[in-house]
Design a protein around this ligand. Structure first.
Ligand code: ARG
Length: 260
């Protein structure tokens, strides 16, 4: 009996080390922990991810839940700073990053991205009556606005290039989009560049703010996965496709974003 147990343990160990050889995949699903799909997010981004009591809810949380269930895995959500997500994914701490994350060339150097599941728009929030009325006003020569962004987001990356490096403004970085919006309401900065759907939520929650009619950039949101983890990338894409075909994806989006 004892011997049998010892023998089977050797077999398990051998199997584990074989799988561990050369590839980042830890098991048949390509996930870090057996039976789990661990998702990194930054729950400061309504309606994609935000806290409702001690629960993290939103479009991304529900999409990830639906993917996990298709893969027969239990979803576990890890909340962290937005600019820690890619490192957590590429370092194998978590399986996927789902955070309204825009696909960019730079990020593709460090992680895989799934097929896109939504479109994002970089929008500009200003105080009512602001002298900034279009995107061009913000990046015109001779201007010098203080632009608030969430650290590490595409809003941060674009504005750092288009305003700060171009010498027509400064970029103030905040840990949370909501903190940038607070700084705007108290007059510390002149505008906030952030994704449109969170912008709509933040403007709803604060008086005296408006979103400019002009769009700064249009982007694709996708799920990031460790580079070379093609097993999980394929599984996530297959699940996403099913969710699209079933109309489930649209149903989740419609639950949180009401038609304008
Ligand atoms: N779409 C932007 C980006 O990828 C912002 C995403 C911020 N997401 C969040 N959960 N805070 O950089």
């Amino acid at each position: 009996m004892k011997k049998l147990l010892a023998l089977s343990m050797v077999a398990v160990m051998a199997a584990t080390s074989m799988i561990g050889c050369g590839k980042t995949e830890k098991n048949a699903n390509g996930t870090v922990k057996e039976g789990k799909l661990i998702m990194a997010t930054n729950a400061e981004f309504p309606p994609y991810e935000f806290r409702d009591g001690d629960k993290i809810v939103g479009i991304d949380a529900e999409i990830a839940e639906a993917i996990a269930s298709k893969l027969g895995l239990t979803l576990q959500i890890e909340d962290m700073a937005f600019d820690s997500i890619i490192t957590a994914v590429s370092g194998g701490k978590v399986d996927i990053g789902v955070a309204g994350m825009t696909v960019t060339k730079e990020r593709l150097k460090n992680v895989n991205f799934s097929d896109s599941y939504a479109t994002g728009i970089q929008a500009i929030i200003v105080k009512e009556g602001s002298d900034i009325t279009t995107v061009d006003d913000l990046f015109a020569e001779g201007t010098n606005h203080k632009i608030g962004v969430q650290t590490g987001t595409t809003g941060d990356i674009y504005c750092s290039g288009d305003a700060e490096d171009a010498g027509c403004g400064t970029v103030e970085k905040y840990n949370k989009g909501a903190d940038a919006v607070l700084a705007l309401t108290t007059g510390k900065i002149d505008c906030v560049v952030i994704d449109k759907q969170p912008a709509i939520e933040f403007v709803k929650a604060n008086e005296g703010l408006v979103i400019l009619d002009t769009e700064y950039a249009i982007e694709d949101y996708a799920i990031c996965i460790a580079k070379n983890n093609d097993v999980l990338t394929k599984k996530v894409n297959d699940a996403l496709k099913e969710l699209k075909d079933e109309g489930k994806l649209q149903e989740i989006i419609d639950k949180y974003i009401k038609a304008e």
